[in-house]
Design a protein around this ligand. Structure first.
Ligand SMILES: [Ca+2]
Length: 339
């Protein structure tokens, strides 16, 4: 009986601790928070205003003043924490805040320079030039491939099929290694880019899907179908950090195929109604530009399995982009022009 009483007291005291609710209010003249916003913080305990001087505030676990500028905040979702001691108890409240870009994206259009044939059965997932050759990764179980293409002469030089259990995704060549992702298999393959001979494989270090892949010569950049782009160490394949892709008023989900030119990531999104490629600041996820590829899909052969624009490869020597889509019978060479 005594033991039962102790247990009851124990649960009662636990309940006492968790019953306090510390709620954070964000006060700002802005309705949408950006890197230009100034916020001030106050809190209520059990709905009652408390002495703000006794509250400690943290922004992503770093202590801040209750008057705070979002100038240096990372974009996307951040966490604000408030902490107060009441009767020897540490009470914590948490709130998330979404921070958006402080500039609207610039609008771009395109001009077709050339058209090249593309295998209409290719469910294109990754596209990238390396030493003048176009490398393409395709998806779907039983149909996934990796290809080395002499695009200007319309020749597939090498083609390898993946085992049926693998669904091929993004690809990129870094340190003379051709890396190919898979969708839900959580495995990546490493090939010799000259012969497409499979050299090695690696497992993802996070429970994520593999979508798009690109590199800036130093790191790999991986999309996983969310609004996040993950920066990956190309030797260990471990994640270093990530950022979220945001415009001046929303997060962009389903980030898919990637391409990096200078400090800008070019990315298309999956299942978007519009064929649009985003220009994203590689350092913070800010959407700098939107390239409207409206009309491009109208120029390819119509069939029941025709799908979205997916495939962006920059050709440095020609200073053009090569763009295709899933099961498109053409690859377009384009220039991007300001609207
Ligand atoms: Ca690419």
């Amino acid at each position: 009986m005594k033991r039962l009483l102790l247990i009851i007291i124990f649960f009662y005291s636990c309940d006492q601790k968790t019953r306090y609710s510390l709620d954070i209010d964000i006060v700002s003249s802005d309705k949408i928070y950006t890197n230009n916003s100034e916020i001030s913080l106050k809190s209520t305990l059990e709905g009652r205003t408390i002495d703000n001087e006794k509250v400690k505030y943290y922004y992503n676990d770093e202590e801040i003043n209750k008057e705070f500028s979002l100038n240096d905040s990372k974009l996307g979702t951040n966490t604000i924490k408030a902490q107060i001691n009441v009767d020897g108890l540490k009470i914590i409240g948490k709130k998330t805040i979404d921070v958006f870009s402080n500039i609207p994206p610039k609008l771009y259009n395109y001009e077709i320079i050339n058209e090249f044939p593309h295998d209409v059965t290719s469910y294109t997932q990754g596209l990238e030039f390396y030493k003048g050759f176009l490398y393409e990764s395709t998806g779907l179980n039983g149909y996934s491939t990796i290809n080395k293409i002499d695009i200007l002469n319309n020749k597939v030089l090498e083609k390898k099929y993946l085992e049926d259990k693998y669904f091929g995704e993004g690809l990129s060549v870094i340190n003379d290694k051709l890396i190919q992702l898979t969708w839900k298999n959580k495995i990546g393959f490493i090939y010799d880019p000259n012969t497409l001979e499979l050299k090695n494989s690696f497992n993802y270090d996070k429970n994520i899907e593999g979508w798009g892949l690109a590199n800036d010569g130093e790191f790999l950049y991986l999309s996983d179908g969310s609004s996040k782009i993950r920066i990956i160490n190309p030797n260990t394949f471990k994640e270093i950090s990530f950022f979220e892709v945001v415009t001046n008023n929303r997060k962009i989900k389903n980030i898919n195929e990637l391409e990096i030119v200078d400090n800008v990531i070019y990315a298309n999104t999956y299942q978007s109604n519009k064929d649009v490629v985003l220009q994203i600041d590689k350092n913070n996820g800010k959407v700098l530009g939107l390239i409207n590829f409206d009309g491009l899909r109208e120029k390819v052969k119509k069939h029941s399995e025709l799908d979205v624009l997916n495939g962006i490869a920059y050709n440095k020597s020609r200073n053009t982009f090569f763009i295709t889509g899933k099961k498109w019978n053409k690859i377009f060479e384009v220039k991007i022009i300001r609207e």
